[in-house]
Design a protein around this ligand. Structure first.
Ligand code: SF4
Ligand SMILES: [Zn+2]
Length: 299
């Protein structure tokens, strides 16, 4: 982005935003790479941590709940953390590093979960344009291997390591399936993205209505947002809260919450966070009022 900004005189005021989930041996190492990026590119860097925002690190959460549903927590928390961080630094747009591989996996996961709301928008290159913080995915058609090759060829500082909790991620299965598909049909990734782009939800299909969380003011379709539910579950020992499906509360799962990066890999090329965490950032708001309230959140 910095190179393009300078080459084409976009006039963008770029800043780096990174989220520290609190995963020793993974995020702490990748944050070193991000810090080197800050120096190398001469861009301001803001890091928000789960510990500061939610009172829990991912390591603490895993110690509490075991190695199950980890990405559910991580994905929900990261999405909210990115929004909060963006508003904190006064950003007017949030650019993430989702690549073509991420997009294809997300389409597949949304199909498997029957999540039509996300299916309709998960392949959009820009979302939330009607709100205060549009999100853009400029690498949506770039294959992960090409991004890594570009970084190596240009000797860029990057970090490519799998999260220690990734082996339990649902997205990992989708990734393996997509890679197997690619072996027999090299266009599989692009075909999946195109399929997602062509899908449209019929008007009569009921979609969730967004409002604000009664506790923290974040957007939600329920009384409490997913992050607040998850935190309450952690604090009270009811760790199924916000995770288990109920009739009233649609589940926060890896895909909804985000599935995090799924791979847990961190490439340091995209969102300043390294971890692509594709699903984690798929939930969008189309409610301008809600966006405004998020801006007023206390940090
Ligand atoms: S794999 Fe990604 S979403 Fe899951 S715990 Fe690791 S960093 Fe978080
Ligand atoms: Zn909340």
């Amino acid at each position: 982005m910095k190179t393009l900004n300078e080459r084409h005189d976009y006039g963008l005021d770029l800043q780096l935003l990174s989220i520290d989930e609190g995963i020793k041996g993974y995020r702490d190492d990748s944050l070193l790479a991000v810090e080197k990026n800050r120096v190398e590119y001469g861009l301001p860097l803001t890091i928000l941590s789960y510990q500061d925002l939610y009172g829990w690190t991912m390591d603490d959460i895993v110690a509490k709940i075991g190695k199950k549903n980890n990405c559910t927590f991580c994905g929900v928390f990261r999405r909210q953390a990115l929004d909060r961080g963006a508003f904190k630094i006064g950003a007017t747009k949030l650019v993430t590093g989702h690549n073509a591989d991420d997009m294809a996996e997300t389409v597949l996961m949304n199909v498997l979960r029957g999540d039509i709301a996300r299916l309709e928008r998960c392949t959009n290159i820009v979302t939330g344009e009607e709100g205060d913080l549009p999100r853009a995915k400029p690498l949506k058609y770039c294959f992960e291997r090409d991004i890594v090759m570009y970084a190596r060829t240009n000797q860029l500082e990057y970090f490519y390591t799998e999260c220690i909790y990734a082996p339990n991620a649902y997205r990992g299965y989708a990734r393996k399936y997509v890679r197997d598909l690619e072996k027999v049909h090299p266009k599989a990734i692009l075909d999946l993205i195109r399929s997602g782009e062509k899908l449209a939800v019929r008007k009569e299909v009921e979609m969730p209505t967004l409002k604000t969380c009664e506790r923290c003011g974040y957007m939600t379709s329920q009384k409490l947002c997913k992050a607040c539910l998850l935190i309450e579950g952690l604090n009270t020992g009811n760790t199924d809260l916000g995770v288990r499906k109920t009739k009233k509360t649609r589940v926060t799962d890896e895909q909804q919450g985000g599935g995090g990066c799924g791979s847990g890999r961190s490439n340091g090329t995209g969102n300043g966070n390294g971890c692509a965490c594709a699903g984690a950032e798929d939930e969008e708001t189309e409610n301008e009022e809600v966006r405004k309230k998020i801006r007023d959140l206390q940090f």
